[in-house]
Structure formats: C-alpha cells, structure tokens
Design a binder for this molecule. Structure first.
Ligand code: ATP
Ligand code: MG
Length: 247
C-alpha cells in the first residue's frame, strides 16, 4: 500500500512560492529521506503534509486519504510529526506524563496510565522520569519524550524533521538506533528530513534530493552508497559529505 503520495505540490508563504511541482511516493513500511540545500523547502513539505502550511496546490494523500488544509483527528491517528528541537517542541510547564496523556484525552482514549507506561518503555525512558518537566531531562531524554508523544496514538507514519541534529553525536546514535528499532517493531513508515547522508544510509531505503523548491532526483540508498547519484547537485552533495571529517 502507498503510505504517502504527493503530486505536483506547490506551497506558498504569502506571495512567495516555496516549492514547485514536488512529487514522490512512499510505500507503507518504507523509510524515505528528504535531503538537500538549506531553504530548499524540506520542512515546508513536512508541514504541508501535517496540515501546518496554509497555502498549497496539488495533491497529498496519506494511506489513500486526500489531505485537507487543516489538522484533523483521523489524520492525527495515522501520522505524527517529530521536530528538530525537542526543547522547543515540548511544553515547558507540562510533565512527561501530562505531555503523553494529553493526546489520549483529546482522542477519548481510556487506559491512559497503562498506555503512557507502555510508550515510555518502548522509547527507553525510565519510569522515574514520568513526572519530570522538560528542563529536568537531558536533550536525548527530551527527544525520547517527543518520539513517545508522536507514538502514543499508535500512528502508522512519522514525519521526522532532523530528529537528531540538535543532539550531541553520541546521543544522536542512540536516537537513530531507537528510530530503527521502533520502525522494525511497529512496522512504521518514515519520511525524514536530514542534512546527514550517513544517517540516510543508516536509516532509509530511498531518498529525494531537493534544491530550490524542486525534487531533482529520487534514488535508492544503494545508489547513494555506491556513489551513483546522477543529478549534478546530488553528486556535489555526496562529494561534500564524503570530504567531511568522520566524527
Ligand atoms: N513561516 C514562513 N513564512 C515565510 N517564509 C517561510 C516560512 N517558513 C519558511 N519560509 C521560507 O521557505 C523556504 C523554505 O524553508 P524550509 O524551512 O522549508 O527549508 P528547509 O529545506 O527545511 O531548510 P533547512 O535545511 O535550513 O531546515 C525558505 O526560503 C524560508 O525562508
Ligand atoms: Mg528545515
């Protein structure tokens, strides 16, 4: 089944058009990366899918359902977004328990105590963190809370916007391993924005390269690993990444 189908997507902020005729499909269970230039529209594409971009034309469908321009409950049960900065995305005055229970209350799901317990365990958060506030957690723990919040409604797909780039390198590896395990265990579909090509190789099956609001190439990760991307900009990106010091 197709988890996500995007066709001819143009997204605008006011008068300025940010993406031009974006199109790609992601199969159920697949992990798909969006890479490319800063400002090329990667986050904007995730926002349009999530219902957080007001003005777009073209089509977006998620598990066969056409998306509207807003956030609806049925969509929230299928697909959730994880943001780059776990500090900014968690409410500073809500405990982990309150953050994780809230979506259950909104969706009228009972048994919330058990569900919170279960999701905390699945993301590797110890019980003793349950009544802490975000400022009482490390960056990695905060990102685990953000991932737990995204998973609490048991969605089928996650939109991940640079989920590890705000973290220290050692913590990045932990979160990447966690995302890999969660996908395997729960059969999740990922659409992930990242600047980091080794992360794409580690976690993704295919990738789309964006530049100036357009998708310039869609490729398999094997092509990336073998250095066989075709578009000149994609090749520049891989060459640049290979020349960086290994951390
Ligand atoms: N809320 C907004 N209002 C107006 N313009 C915006 C808004 N958000 C983003 N833009 C513009 O849209 C373009 C695409 O931004 P976007 O955040 O999608 O880029 P990106 O590919 O995610 O970049 P990065 O890799 O730096 O995160 C940029 O030119 C940006 O300035
Ligand atoms: Mg971005």
């Amino acid at each position: 089944m197709t988890a996500l189908a995007i066709d001819n997507l143009d997204i605008s902020y006011g008068d300025s058009k940010v993406t031009h005729g974006i199109g790609f499909e992601v199969a159920e269970g697949e992990s798909f990366a969006l890479v490319g230039e800063s400002g090329s529209g990667k986050t904007t594409v995730l926002k349009a899918i999530a219902g957080m971009a007001k003005s777009w034309t073209g089509s977006i469908s998620v598990f066969g359902e056409p998306r509207t321009h807003g956030i609806d409950r049925a969509f929230a049960r299928q697909c959730q977004m994880v943001f780059q900065d776990p500090y900014g995305s968690l409410h500073p005055r809500k405990t982990v328990d309150a953050t994780l229970s809230e979506p259950l209350t909104i969706h009228g799901i009972g048994n919330s105590g058990e569900r919170v317990d279960e999701v905390m365990q699945s993301v590797g958060l110890d019980r003793r963190f349950r009544f802490r506030f975000p400022h009482q957690l490390s960056g990695g723990q905060r990102q685990r809370v953000a991932i737990a919040r995204a998973l609490i409604l048991k969605p089928r797909m996650l939109l991940l916007d640079e989920p590890t780039s705000a973290l220290d390198v050692s913590v990045q590896a932990e979160i990447l391993n966690l995302l890999k395990r969660l996908r395997r265990e729960q059969g999740l579909t990922y659409l992930m924005v990242t600047h980091n090509l080794p992360v794409v190789s580690f976690l993704c099956d295919r990738l789309a390269v964006m530049r100036h609001g357009r998708v310039v190439e869609v490729a398999d990760v094997d092509q990336l690993k073998r250095g066989e991307l075709v578009d000149p900009y994609s090749r520049e990106l891989t060459r640049f990444s290979a020349s960086l010091p290994k951390t």
